[in-house]
Design a protein around this ligand. Structure first.
Ligand code: GLU
Length: 303
């Protein structure tokens, strides 16, 4: 497969979609990002890496971080976390307080905000420092020790994060947080502010395509846990548009409001695409179009 040719074809075809939509200005630290950027990296299981566009430019990973925190919890806690968070698509906005209250403080899935707070809380309790556990994982897997959070983005989200703070308090009122609310929020905002490039993210998530094996050969997750995590990404990873995304693209993926999407072709490769302008469901417009083209041009998908 001529992947450099495929990426060049994608870049040409997605041109009209780049910049279409709006950047996530509800987080002040993201409001000034140039929406006309585009990058895509394919990290093959055999170690080859193919990129196009601004693939070394770092962006705010936001919700993509939730895949890594969930994996770290699953690796330590096996099935226990599923007593505290569900595995169904939410069918509601990712920041819904109403659904959380109606469902007695058990978030629908680990990728909506409330579910991610529970996962971060668990990771923080299990490790004593969720931030370091997450940093160690992405740094080791990508081979880039400088990766870290963007304090300005984290602070700006924290200052405007009244809704998510309300959500954390609601979870606590249902006894679904183990750590103090303020600590969980601080950890959560920091994890969302993680700043990584397409190349770094595609490499950092390689274990998703390698049946749970880390870059240096040890296991992060078992075969079965990796299958389950990929399944949750497929059904819940792209906000309220997960059905449409599965229909168009046909692979597990997790998007973030920074405009990134991390996608997995199990047994083959991970793909990270980034373009900051978001469509109405919160997924990168050009990113979804690029992944749609990728699975169409290569014939690679899980179906
Ligand atoms: N930090 C963002 C929030 O909590 C993450 C949203 C996202 O990327 O889905 O609203």
């Amino acid at each position: 497969m001529d992947l450099d040719g495929v990426l060049a074809e994608i870049r040409a075809q997605v041109e009209p979609s780049i910049g279409r939509g709006a950047v996530a200005d509800y987080i002040p630290g993201l409001a000034s990002v140039d929406p006309h950027q585009f990058a895509m990296t394919v990290a093959m299981n055999d170690g080859a890496v193919h990129s196009i566009g601004d693939s070394d430019v770092r962006f705010s990973v936001q919700s993509i971080s939730k895949v890594f925190t969930l994996a770290l919890v699953m690796a330590r806690d096996s099935n226990d976390v599923w007593q505290r968070v569900g595995r169904e698509p939410s069918g509601s906005p990712f920041n819904s307080l109403l659904q959380l209250d109606q469902e007695a403080g058990i978030p629908r899935n680990p990728f909506i905000n409330a579910g991610a707070l529970v996962v971060t809380d668990r990771l923080h309790r299990l490790t004593g420092d969720a931030r370091s556990a997450l940093c160690d994982l992405v740094r080791t897997e990508s081979g880039v020790p400088e990766i870290g959070g963007d304090e300005a983005v984290a602070r700006s989200e924290s200052e405007r994060g009244h809704r998510i703070a309300a959500m954390a308090h609601l979870l606590a009122s249902y006894d679904n947080l183990e750590c103090p609310v303020d600590e969980v929020l601080e950890q959560y905002f920091w994890q969302c502010s993680l700043s990584m490039s397409c190349r770094e993210l595609a490499l950092a998530g390689g274990w998703l395509a390698r049946n749970g094996f880390r870059a240096h050969g040890s296991r992060l997750l078992s075969l079965s846990q990796t299958k389950r995590l990929n399944a949750v990404m497929l059904t819940c990873g792209t906000y309220d548009a997960a059905g449409e995304f599965a229909y168009r693209v046909g692979v597990p993926a997790k998007s973030g409001v920074g405009g990134g999407i991390l996608a997995v072709i199990p047994g083959v490769c991970t793909i990270c695409v980034w373009s900051p302008a978001l469509g109405p469901s919160g997924n990168s417009t050009a990113g979804v179009a690029a992944l749609d083209l990728f699975t169409t041009l290569t014939g690679w998908s899980i179906f």
